[in-house]
Design a protein around this ligand. Structure first.
Ligand code: MG
Ligand code: MG
Length: 259
């Protein structure tokens, strides 16, 4: 299914969907600490989503068994929350969550480092993967092409010498979790499908401190780096407008963050 221009009613619903997602991810972000299991975080995500009145598009998606993907360290994406998977200080914790509200789906992710790390390499990986997302979003407007976005993301990640995961990509989103077209995290300007105002897309750079190659774990879901290098992942759902964009999953900066 190709992502299409959303109606005014659909845009109202997807805005609300994005607000729910942003508020829950913000809560999870400050909760991350050593000693918690990844399932502990998933339980909170599910409870908060129920309170807000949304539903979880990840649950049951092609058989995925939970409401959220939580991936640690060399795991890039699609980690299954588990009660025996305990977060340690210094772990890179990637939270990838989705919300469905009135049939409109948003998709967003972030990576946070558990505890007070002093590891500059890790901190930079997290920071610049987020910067790459911002740079990709910055070129979005009516008439943008997927290659324009990919090139803007790639520019930042390449400048840091990071591996850019190619087997996983951004995508159209809205009525379904994954709609066409694919939005790779690399590319050349003025190439690829055109996008129009009113479409909603997920941009999601995945970067590694090593090689770009990834492998699938035996659980059939978890994708990790082949060379076991650390990985970070940031994602926003963005509405394309005539003049530019509206980030639907933008988290309000909290003044009293832990630490
Ligand atoms: Mg996602
Ligand atoms: Mg996505």
């Amino acid at each position: 299914m190709t992502t299409r221009v959303k109606t005014a009613t659909e845009i109202l619903a997807i805005r609300e969907s994005g607000r729910m997602l942003a508020s829950i991810l913000s809560k999870l972000e400050v909760m991350v600490e050593e000693g918690l299991s990844t399932k502990d975080l998933a339980v909170v995500a599910e409870r908060e989503l129920n309170v807000l009145g949304g539903s979880a598009p990840f649950l049951g998606y092609q058989g995925f068994p939970d409401v959220i993907c939580i991936s640690l360290n060399d795991e890039v994406v699609h980690g299954i929350p588990r009660p025996d998977k305990i977060i340690k200080a210094g772990d890179l914790v990637s939270l990838d969550f989705g919300v469905n509200y009135r049939g409109m789906i948003t998709d967003s992710a972030l990576t946070v480092i558990a505890g007070k790390t002093k590891n500059r390499q890790q901190e930079e990986l997290v920071k610049y993967t987020d910067v790459a997302l911002d740079n990709g979003i910055s070129v979005v407007r009516d008439g943008v092409r997927t290659g324009d976005i990919g090139a803007a993301v790639e520019k930042v990640l390449k400048s840091k010498g990071y591996g850019i995961v190619r087997d996983l990509v951004g995508h159209g989103v809205g009525h379904m979790l994954h709609e066409d077209p694919n939005i790779p995290n690399y590319g050349r300007p003025n190439t690829g499908p055109w996008l129009k105002a009113g479409m909603t897309i997920a941009i999601e750079p995945m970067a590694t401190l090593g090689d770009e190659k990834v492998v699938l774990e035996a659980d059939g879901w978890t994708v990790r780096t082949r060379d076991h290098s650390l990985s970070a992942h940031f994602e926003h759902t963005v509405l394309i407008t005539e003049e530019g964009y509206e980030i639907l999953t933008l988290r309000e900066s909290l003044p009293n963050l832990k630490g």
